[in-house]
Design a protein around this ligand. Sequence first.
Ligand SMILES: [Zn+2]
Length: 284
Amino acid sequence: MTRLLGIDVGGTYTKWVVVDGDAVAGSGTVPTPPGPEETVRLVASLAEDAGSIGIGLPGHVDRESGTALFVPNPPGDWDGYPVGARLRALAGVPVAVVNDARAFALAELELGAARGLADVLFAVLGTGVGGAVALRGAVLVGPRDNLGEIGHVTVDPWGPACCCGNRGCVETFAAGPGIVRAFGSGTAAQVAEAARAGDGRAARAFERAGWALGVGLGDAAAFFGVGSAVVGGGVSGALDLMRLALDAELARRRPMTGDITVLPAVLGPMAGAIGAALYGRRSG
Ligand SMILES: [Zn+2]
């Protein structure tokens, strides 16, 4: 069985996994290098005996050419950088360049919480909110690998400014920074701890996150006619604190959408890297 290298480039940390069959044979986390060229060199150095490489980027990409199109968060200037071509030249194996949320979705669909389901929405709660849609067992892509951005559904047109240029997107309430802003200080994990200890302001920050996520998933369910959703990412450890508000928002739409089952992701923090590895195998 060929070993597959999967990479998940984040704004601060880059994760890698080696997938062998259906199992993870190795993994690690390193600080994201200062730019795309350094990142590609790092990935090539990890490739060794890999038969293919998949690399997930937090933004939009041209899958055909493997070029980064809109990747604002990691250090350096990624936009226009030929990630796939450079990596193929250095490592000499097939390379797939994909969006990180689509990679997360493929991993959870093939090996995780959505295994056996055909039609599923995905949301990844972290520094931002990524999203994806699977129909008939396939993760949808879009022309710039940009389909499924549930994080940028508007829930409050007068809400906080979002990195996308809009105001009041799901992401401004349900991602880590939005939860911290609503509480006033700390990290999302600390706000969750405060909420569990009975702090009302912290609890309301997660209620608001659940409401925003419910609007995003509910609107997406109405749009795509899908009855299941998988929620993952670092902030999803506090999904239980969002549940009441999330379920209330989904229940409001039940006459039209029917029941929408929201499942926690099961593959953990390496899901994006695992999904990237699976995309790499497909490119071979
Ligand atoms: Zn936005």
